[in-house]
Write a protein that binds this ligand. Structure first.
Ligand SMILES: [Zn+2]
Length: 336
């Protein structure tokens, strides 16, 4: 044992993390080749749908495929989201198992130089099938209308690189006659299915699924999840560039989450000033109360309140599990 102050006297590598949450980091900059509205650090309500889809897809898999109960999703404060999986068994997982989990959840492969990043085959894994079901709910409004991915020849040529060459000519012809992305998408789906039926081409609906996943599937930063040393900004910290608070996202309201109404530190300070001004003007009873009591209540009067509530609910569930586990262990010992 060494006191923290003596940390320099302990040799490097002597400290090993005993436990750590399994974490995921999804950053909008990793989608720059597939979003047309913004690039790098910028985000808007149109491309935020990418984060909405990512949360739904990853969270469903963590919950249903892996059985993880305690998943906290947090807005990073700028252009992405984090997920903290806090189940006791998960916190003790080795790096090798974490790598396995994140591999399972990764589908978009290859860097910028690689054009075709999603490869499916005749047998589609249930995880991918279920992810496609989620993407389907958003694809038209997000990709076809919002991002207008088939807007002109330049943009649809990019999509053609993801499609078998034997149907390129037919697609080009049809695209010229269509008026918008929705019609061009319908033309592509029709062409794929008629070519399969009539010419016995060896491709199926996965041609269109590959396009959907290429444009919409979550892009995880694998290295963040693999290790047990990688640090993420903690929930409720302030993002240094935007001043926004890194707030938990209520899983029941993922689709309503709006990063642009997340409070900034200056807004919270202003709201707190208003609270104390009002209290000074009003009843004097508060002065008799201890300071700590007042402070614990103050956040409830700011726009941070609903986010703190989500966080408290998350912690309560975690605590219930921990108590249940302790009880189970002591019962088992007694029976023994
Ligand atoms: Zn955008």
């Amino acid at each position: 044992m060494a006191e923290p102050i003596q940390h320099n006297t302990v040799k490097l590598g002597a400290f090993q993390a005993q436990e750590k949450e399994l974490v995921f980091d999804i950053d909008m900059t990793d989608y720059d080749d597939v979003r047309r509205c913004c690039s790098s650090a910028d985000i808007c309500s149109k491309c935020w749908t990418l984060m909405t889809m990512a949360i739904h897809i990853i969270d469903r898999a963590l919950k249903e495929d892996f059985g993880f109960k305690h998943r906290l999703w947090v807005y990073s404060g700028r252009r992405g989201v984090h997920c903290w999986v806090c189940d006791e068994t998960v916190r003790k997982l080795s790096s090798a198992v974490r790598s396995g989990i994140v591999e399972y959840l990764s589908l978009v492969k290859g860097g910028e130089e690689m054009r075709k990043k999603v490869h499916l085959s005749t047998k589609v894994h249930p995880f991918i099938r279920k992810s496609i079901n989620i993407v389907e709910k958003y694809f038209e409004e997000y990709a076809l209308v919002g991002q207008d991915i088939f807007e002109n020849k330049e943009t649809w040529d990019k999509i053609l690189t993801l499609v078998p060459e034997s149907i390129h000519a037919e697609l080009q012809q049809g695209f010229q006659k269509c008026h918008n992305s929705v019609q061009r998408w319908e033309h592509l789906k029709r062409t794929v299915s008629t070519n399969r039926a009539v010419k016995n081409e060896k491709f199926g609906p996965w041609v269109e699924w590959e396009i959907m996943l290429h444009y919409c599937f979550p892009r995880l930063d694998i290295n963040v999840s693999k290790g047990i040393n990688h640090l993420l900004k903690s929930p409720f910290s302030v993002h240094p560039k935007t001043g926004r608070i890194s707030v938990p996202i209520n899983l029941q309201k993922v689709d309503q989450f709006d990063p642009f109404i997340v409070p900034t530190i200056s807004q919270i300070c202003h709201e707190l000033d208003m609270v104390s001004t009002n209290e000074d003007d009003g009843d004097k009873e508060n002065e008799a109360e201890p300071d700590t009591k007042r402070h614990t209540r103050d956040y409830k009067k700011t726009s941070l309140a609903p986010y703190v509530k989500s966080f408290e609910q998350f912690l309560e569930e975690l605590d219930k599990s921990r108590k249940g586990e302790l009880l189970r262990k002591s019962d088992a010992q007694r029976d023994f």
